[in-house]
Design a protein around this ligand. Structure first.
Ligand code: F6R
Length: 608
């Protein structure tokens, strides 16, 4: 997730901005940049890669001034390089902008600005903002900013400085995080996150949507979206820097579980335009799709489970049979791949060696390729014909959570896009499914309100030798993901089975007190899974069922039922996985494990 820092006051702005950006490094980024007003002139430096590259570049020729903005970029529009790094300037270099979020209508605005004679250097949506402010600038920066933002759709936090008004810092918050730090002695600070401020001030103002801040070295004024001045409460930060880096959460894993509603919203926002599916360069045309006669979805681990859920979506929405394969298997066993094959690769990191090798193997046989990845400019993104990004923001915990749920969203949208282009679904059906998808963030939020049930289950299972996860149909895929999450974080042997397969051998493993999770959310399969649960309880197993609100039938066959909100069957995996993630997290905590870096695992598996 991009990081913004801005400052206007009495200190050296370069020091404050760089220091602030260092505190945001934990969020992950791929380039960094800074603009400082030095003797009323705007000076800007940007570097791809780590912040240290920018710091080294500034060593020989430091910027001197008391007003500035800086940015660490996590690429979303355009590859991570120096040109796409922020800040972005207007053509004559008098206005500088840093941005966090997504300008949904940037292509329309860019087209308009081009028709007005503007030219662009980068592929980013942010450069459009700088040029739009320039377009509206007459003699007042604040007015130009308000006119520009009235044209923006999407989510954005902005930091703006200009040599036309070299005593000012302007900041805007609209659905992307931005906090204000205030100090009578030192000046005004803006940042995406509190850690950047803590060295200078513990007095912060949480900005609300639509608010605009205008600061000079002595004071600041906050305006609401109607451009009326507002008085805001100053809050005192009492947390340590270490706690603040994780937004007050104890671990990245739980922080990222909680980030899912927001990440899913962003994932949806990026796949729609004017209420219609719009995957832009992430998909093929109708004519190209007509040339395809088979689809493979290939991935590893959690991403593979996402692909398996995707298979159901493609089959249900687009009526296309899909084969899923584990990348390390596919690369050595892909006899039927040809130029009529579509290969969909799912990878959070975009760097997984096996998935990359599977992609190259597919391309060798002429397959068309689409990647679903979270990392812009990653190897897999670069080597596939089309890329669909997850927009989960950087995932730091090794155990994947928000990347999985946003991979599911990408797969649902891709399946709907194919279904529409191939005339396999009505507009009405698409609308209903998308409305249900849009409800998912709120439903996840409702599940994150009371965590006691998961903490209690963690205490009950933490000393188990072996745990089982069962389900049928899509619930079996969710069971696989639940088992993977639990084993990697808790180090407890956890196996998943299709519930109906149990009695063909594995039921021999069940003994008095064996802990079993059964997932029962698929409407046609609930009764069947409930009856499997009964088989287990009657053999002494302790059964936890994850089912839909209202399916009280499950209470007859389980010792404890975890209810999740209702949705369409095909969307249930997005909801079912949340309790699974929480159980895995709290069990790891209860066992005193290294939650964010489980033993023997790496975040990105770049070896075969
Ligand atoms: C599990 C997990 C792994 C990854 C797998 C693929 O929590 O994170 O199973 O899903 O290593 O990684 P990516 O998605 O980066 O290709």
């Amino acid at each position: 997730m991009c990081g913004i820092v801005g400052y206007c006051g009495r200190l050296n702005a370069q020091d404050v901005v760089i220091n602030g950006l260092e505190k945001l490094e934990y969020r992950g980024y791929d380039s960094a940049g800074i603009s400082i007003l030095e003797n009323s002139s705007l000076r800007t430096k940007k570097k791809a890669g780590r912040l240290i590259n920018l710091e080294n570049a500034l060593k020989d020729d430091p910027f001197k001034g008391n007003i500035g903005i800086g940015h660490t970029r996590w690429a979303t529009h355009g590859v991570p390089n120096e040109t796409n790094a922020h800040p972005h300037l207007n053509t004559n270099g008098t206005i500088s902008v840093v941005h966090n979020g997504i300008i949904e209508n940037y292509l329309d605005l860019k087209e308009f600005l081009i028709s007005e004679g503007y030219t662009f250097k980068s592929e980013t949506d942010t450069e459009v903002v700088a040029q739009l402010i320039d377009y509206y600038y007459e003699d007042d920066l604040f007015t130009a900013v308000t006119k520009a933002i009235s044209k923006l759709k999407g989510a954005y936090a902005l930091g703006i400085v200009s040599e036309n008004e070299p005593d000012k810092l302007i900041a805007v918050r609209h659905a992307s995080p931005l906090v204000l730090g205030v100090s009578d002695e030192l000046g005004t600070f803006i940042a995406s996150d509190i850690p950047s401020l803590l060295e200078y001030t513990r007095d912060v103002i949480y900005l609300d949507n639509g608010e605009i801040v205008v600061a000079d070295k002595d004071s600041y004024t906050i305006y609401n979206e109607n451009l009326e001045e507002v008085e805001k409460e100053i809050s005192k930060i009492t947390w340590s820097l270490e706690a603040a880096t994780k937004d007050g959460f104890e671990h990245f894993m739980i922080k990222e579980i909680f980030e899912q509603p927001r990440a899913i919203e962003e994932a949806i926002l990026n796949k729609m335009k004017d209420d219609e599916i719009n995957l832009s360069t992430g998909t093929f045309t109708k004519e190209e799709l007509n040339e395809i006669n088979q689809i493979y979805i290939v991935a590893c681990g959690t991403a593979y489970h996402a692909g398996q859920v995707g298979k159901f979506a493609f089959e249900q929405f687009a009526h296309i049979p899909v084969t899923t394969d584990i990348a390390s298997e596919f690369r050595y066993n892909s006899p039927f791949i040809d130029d009529k094959t579509l290969l969909i690769l799912v990878s959070q990191s975009g760097e997984t060696a096996d998935t990359l090798a599977a992609l190259r193997e597919g391309k060798k046989h002429g397959a068309k390729t689409i990647s679903i990845t979270n990392v812009v400019g990653s190897s897999i993104a670069r080597e596939t014909d089309k890329v669909l990004y997850c927009y989960a923001g950087p995932e730091i915990s090794v155990a994947s959570t928000k990347a999985y749920t946003t991979q599911l969203i990408a797969l649902y949208f891709l399946a709907l896009d194919f279904a529409k282009k191939l005339n396999k679904i009505s507009d009405e059906e698409i609308k209903n499914i998308i409305n249900e998808i849009k409800e998912l963030p709120n439903k996840i939020n409702s599940m994150l309100k009371d965590l006691d049930i998961y903490k209690n289950i963690a205490e009950e299972i933490k000393d188990s030798q072996s745990i089982f996860y069962l389900g049928r149909g899509l619930d079996f895929i969710s069971a696989k993901e639940g088992a993977l999450k639990l084993k990697e974080t808790s180090y407890i042997h956890t196996e998943s089975f299709p519930a109906g397969e149990l009695k063909h051998g594995s039921i021999a493993l069940i003994e008095d007190g064996t802990k079993v999770f059964t997932i029962a959310t698929q409407s046609k399969l609930v009764e069947k899974t409930a009856s499997n649960s009964q088989e287990l309880t009657s053999r002494g197993a302790h059964v936890y069922s994850i089912g839909r609100v209202g399916d009280t039938l499950l209470e007859k066959s389980a010792d404890k039922v975890i209810y999740v909100p209702n949705s369409l069957d095909v969307l249930m995996p997005v909801l079912t996985v949340v309790p699974e993630q929480l159980i895995a997290y709290f069990t790891s905590v209860a066992k005193g494990n290294d939650v964010d870096k489980p033993r023997n695992l790496a975040k990105s598996v770049t070896v075969e």
